[in-house]
Design a protein around this ligand. Structure first.
Ligand code: AMP
Length: 281
C-alpha cells in the first residue's frame, strides 16, 4: 500500500495506475478508522480497480470551540487497518498541502445546509464541500464512497455533484452499528463508560419514531414519543435536534412523502453524537 502525503506524489501514483487503465474509487475520511469506514472500503474494492483512502482532519469544517484539536488521530494504526482491508493508497496530506492560501474562493452549500447540523455548526458544510471538491479534483475518481451515517452530508454532496455536473458517481453505504445499535463513530472514544452504556437510546428513539409514524401517528406525535424516550433513557443527553424529514431532499414531510428520514443529534458529555434511519412512510 502506498502512503502519499503530497499532491505531487498522489498525482504521480494516479498517473501510473491510470496508464494501466485502472478505475479509481475514493473513500474520504478524517481518520481514526473503524469498521464503518471499512464498509466504504469494501464497497469501493467491489466497484473499482484501485481504492484511494484519504485521511485529512479538515480544519475548515470545524467551528470555533469544536473538537478540531482533540479529534482522535492515529495515522500508523489507520494505515495498518487500511492496508489489511486492501486499500491501494492512503493520501494523508498536511494542512498546508491542502490549504496553501489563507483566503481563497469559498463554496456555499445552500438550503440543505441551513438546517440540522448546519444550523448548529454554521459553515460546517461549506468546509465539507470545499475539501470534497478538492479531493474529487485531485483524485478524479469514477466513484466516491460516503456513509449514510452522515445523511445530511450525503444529501448535500449529491446535490453539489448534480448541480455542478461533476463527472463521478456517489455511492452511499448503510450505517454500520455496534451490536447494541450505537452508530460507529470516531467520536465514540470520547464517551465515558456510563455514557457509552446509555448511548444506544438514540438509535432506539429513532426506531420508535419510525414505528409510531408507520402505525399512523402524526409526525408531531411520533417525534414527541421519540423525544420522551430519550428523556427517559438518556436523561444526561441534551438534544440538539430530533427531526423527521423527507429523504433525500430534507424538506418537511408532506402528504404523499414516501421516503422519510428520522435524524438526531445529541450532546452527551463533551461528545456530540449524530444518527439517523431512513424508511418508507
Ligand atoms: P469521517 O472520518 O467521520 O469523516 O467519516 C468518513 C466517512 O465514513 C463518511 O462518509 C462517513 O459517513 C463514513 N462513516 C463514518 N462512520 C460510519 C458508520 N458508522 N457507518 C457507515 N459509514 C460511516
Amino acid at each position: 500500500m502506498q502512503k502519499l502525503t503530497s499532491i505531487a506524489e498522489l498525482r504521480a501514483w494516479l498517473a501510473r495506475e491510470r496508464s494501466h487503465g485502472h478505475t479509481m474509487g475514493l473513500v474520504p475520511t478524517m481518520g481514526a478508522l473503524h469498521s464503518g469506514h471499512m464498509a466504504l472500503v469494501e464497497s469501493a474494492r467491489a466497484h473499482c480497480d484501485r481504492v484511494v483512502l484519504s485521511i485529512f482532519v479538515n480544519p475548515r469544517q470545524f467551528g470555533p470551540g469544536e473538537d478540531f484539536d482533540a479529534y482522535p488521530r492515529d495515522l500508523a494504526g489507520d494505515c495498518a487497518l487500511a492496508e489489511a482491508h486492501g486499500v491501494d493508497a492512503v493520501f494523508a496530506p498536511p494542512t498546508e498541502e491542502m490549504y496553501p492560501h489563507a483566503a481563497g474562493p469559498l463554496i456555499v452549500a445552500g438550503r440543505q445546509a441551513n438546517i440540522l447540523c448546519g444550523a448548529s455548526r454554521p459553515g460546517h458544510f461549506d468546509g465539507v464541500l470545499q475539501v470534497v471538491c478538492k479531493l474529487f479534483n485531485l483524485v478524479q475518481p469514477e466513484r466516491a464512497f460516503f456513509g449514510q451515517k452522515d445523511a445530511q452530508q450525503v444529501a448535500i454532496i449529491q446535490t453539489f455533484v448534480r448541480d455542478y455536473n461533476l463527472p463521478l458517481a456517489i455511492e452511499v453505504i448503510p450505517v454500520v452499528r455496534e451490536p447494541d445499535g450505537l452508530a460507529k463513530s470516531s467520536r465514540n472514544v470520547y464517551l465515558g463508560a456510563e455514557e457509552r452504556a446509555a448511548a444506544p437510546a438514540i438509535h432506539a428513539a429513532l426506531q420508535l419514531c419510525r414505528a409510531q409514524l408507520q402505525a399512523g401517528q402524526t409526525p408531531a406525535a411520533a417525534l414527541q414519543a421519540a423525544r420522551a424516550h430519550l428523556a427517559q433513557h438518556l436523561p444526561q443527553g441534551r438534544i440538539d435536534y430530533f427531526e423527521l424529514l423527507a429523504w433525500p431532499d430534507l424538506l418537511p414531510l408532506a402528504q404523499g412523502t414516501r421516503q422519510c428520514i428520522a435524524l438526531a443529534a445529541v450532546h452527551l458529555g463533551r461528545t456530540r453524537l449524530i444518527d439517523n434511519i431512513t424508511f418508507e412512510s
